[in-house]
Ligand binder design. Structure first.
Ligand code: ZN
Length: 314
């Protein structure tokens, strides 16, 4: 009996052992099969991450190289441009307004005979509406700040007359030249700016000149000056004082007839209605977005009532 019992327990013990070995083998097999797969998966993830980093690095390198190229190009451009910057400015300056503002209605407000007690008020109005204009001035002591303000605020300071005495200015070519030079030097001493534009007292068509008018044009050419008359007038120089409404109507109807208006107005101590009319004129014209106010510059086509006689014949 005891032998039988021993044999059975021995057999059971073996069975259990075989079972354990089988389990061990199965687990080992499963582990052996799984580990490479898990490793593969981990490696794949790592490869993917490395790939991503590489892509980002490549992008950064590309951006850096583009930035370096731009920096190099800018440096080269700067090197090439700096010696000819003056030339470049010249080229810009001669682009005609008509081309620069093609399709726009151009209005050049011009104020003669200032500065006066109203100059600052006119400048305030122009500033308020962001309008640039041109001032054909006289020589008047005590208005140094006004001459400077005209320039500082982006308007054009231009020559009209030192004395505004017709009989004196138009007596001879020498007197004509002297009047211009006295004013030009006077303004240069105050502002350090040499004026480029001129307006004949009485306009170029005036009948007061007592010598061949061509000599005036010679003087202007020799002094490097370009003269401007006007093609729209506010008529504020009439012997009687025009109302602000009349001045406004004159300007608006004149401007309505041309695409480049050089508007004659006056900045004189007896012309208060001009100051009163100015905001309304500007507001009405600015209501049309196509209208642009410009100061007279090298790009402005001169409006001339009279030109040199030989040019007339051409
Ligand atoms: Zn005048």
């Amino acid at each position: 009996m005891e032998q039988q019992t021993d044999g059975r327990s021995n057999l059971e013990y073996r069975r259990k052992r075989v079972k354990r070995i089988k389990r061990f083998l199965i687990v080992s097999l499963v582990v052996l099969l799984l580990v490479p797969n898990i490793l593969c998966a981990v490696l794949l993830v790592q490869v993917h991450e490395i790939n991503q980093t590489l892509g980002e690095t490549e992008e950064k390198l590309w951006e850096l190289s583009v930035q370096m190229e731009d920096a190099n190009a800018a440096a080269v451009v700067e090197q090439v441009l700096s010696p000819v910057q003056v030339l470049d400015d010249d080229i810009k300056a001669v682009i005609p307004d008509a081309q620069m503002y093609e399709g726009k209605k151009m209005v050049y407000l011009t104020f003669d005979d200032g500065p006066s007690t109203y100059t600052n008020e006119i400048l305030d109005i122009l500033k308020e509406y962001d309008v640039k204009a041109t001032f054909f001035v006289l020589a008047k002591d005590g208005y140094e700040a006004e001459y400077q303000r005209i320039l500082d605020e982006g308007h054009t300071l231009a020559l009209h007359s030192y004395t505004h005495q017709y009989s004196q200015i138009y007596e001879s070519p020498e007197a004509f030249r002297q009047d211009i030079n006295l004013l030009s030097d006077y303004l240069y001493e105050i502002t350090g700016y040499r004026c480029e534009f001129y307006r004949f007292p009485g306009g170029s068509s005036n009948g007061i000149i007592q010598f061949d008018k061509d000599e005036c044009f010679d003087v202007l050419e020799e002094e490097g000056l370009v003269y401007f008359d006007w093609n729209v007038t506010s008529k504020d120089a009439s012997s009687y004082r025009l109302s602000a409404t009349a001045i406004t109507n004159n300007v608006l109807s004149g401007v309505g007839q041309t695409n480049a208006s050089v508007v004659l107005m006056h900045d004189a101590s007896d012309k208060y209605t001009t100051v009163q009319a100015l905001p309304g004129i500007i507001e009405t014209l600015q209501a049309d977005e196509n209208t642009i106010f410009l100061p007279i510059t090298d790009g402005t086509t001169p409006v001339c009532h009279v030109v040199r006689s030989d040019e007339n014949q051409e």
